[in-house]
Design a protein around this ligand. Sequence first.
Ligand SMILES: Cc1cc2nc3c(=O)[nH]c(=O)nc-3n(C[C@H](O)[C@H](O)[C@H](O)COP(=O)(O)O)c2cc1C
Length: 180
Amino acid sequence: MYLHRLVYYSENKIRDLGLPLAKELKAIVLSGQKNNPAAGITGVLAFNDQYFVGVIEGDRRRLSSLLMRIARDKRAANLTVLSAGEIDERRFDDWTSVYAGHSETVDRLYLRFGLTQGLDPGRMSADSLFALLDALSRLEAGQLARHPTSATEHGEVIKVTTVFAGGSQEPRKPLETVAR
Ligand SMILES: Cc1cc2nc3c(=O)[nH]c(=O)nc-3n(C[C@H](O)[C@H](O)[C@H](O)COP(=O)(O)O)c2cc1C
C-alpha cells in the first residue's frame, strides 16, 4: 500500500437542495463508518451548516476513488484539495466525524487557528486545517457543540469514531455516538 494523505474542503449544499440537514449528515457519517474501515481509510470529517472539511489517509488509489465519490456527491460542491501527498505513517488510527459548531472549547480552538467567525476553510492553509482537524477529533463529545436542528430532525451526530480492529480492518462499535 502506498500511504497518502489528502486534506480537502467543500461547501455544504444539503440545505440548498431542500434536504433535511441532520438526516443527510447522519447518512454521510454512516457511509464513512461502513466503507472506510474496509478500505483502510482513516482520518477526520468535520462539518457545519456551510462546509465540510476533511483529512483522509490510506492507499492512494482508494483515496482517489473516495475523492471522486465525494466530488460527485450533490450534497457537497466546489471540492477543493489543499494538499495531497505521500506520508510515512498515519496520524489517525481511526475515522472520526465531528460537528464543528460553536462551544467554548471549539471557539477557543478556532481562535488558535485565527478564525474569529467559526470554521472558514477558505481562510486556512493546508497545515492549519490539518492541525485543526486533528485537534477537533481529539475533543470529547461533551466539549463539542450540539447541532441546532437536531431536536426537530433525526437525532444528533456530534462525534462518531469508527475504531479499526487490529489487522482484520473490520469496524468495531463506534466509541462515542451521541444520538437521540
Ligand atoms: C464531504 C463528504 C465527505 C464524505 N466522506 C465519505 C467517506 O469518508 N467515506 C465514504 O464512504 N463516503 C463518504 N461520503 C459519502 C459519499 O459521497 C457517498 O455518498 C458514499 O460513499 C456512498 O456509499 P454508500 O452507498 O455505501 O453509503 C462523503 C460525502 C461528502 C459530501
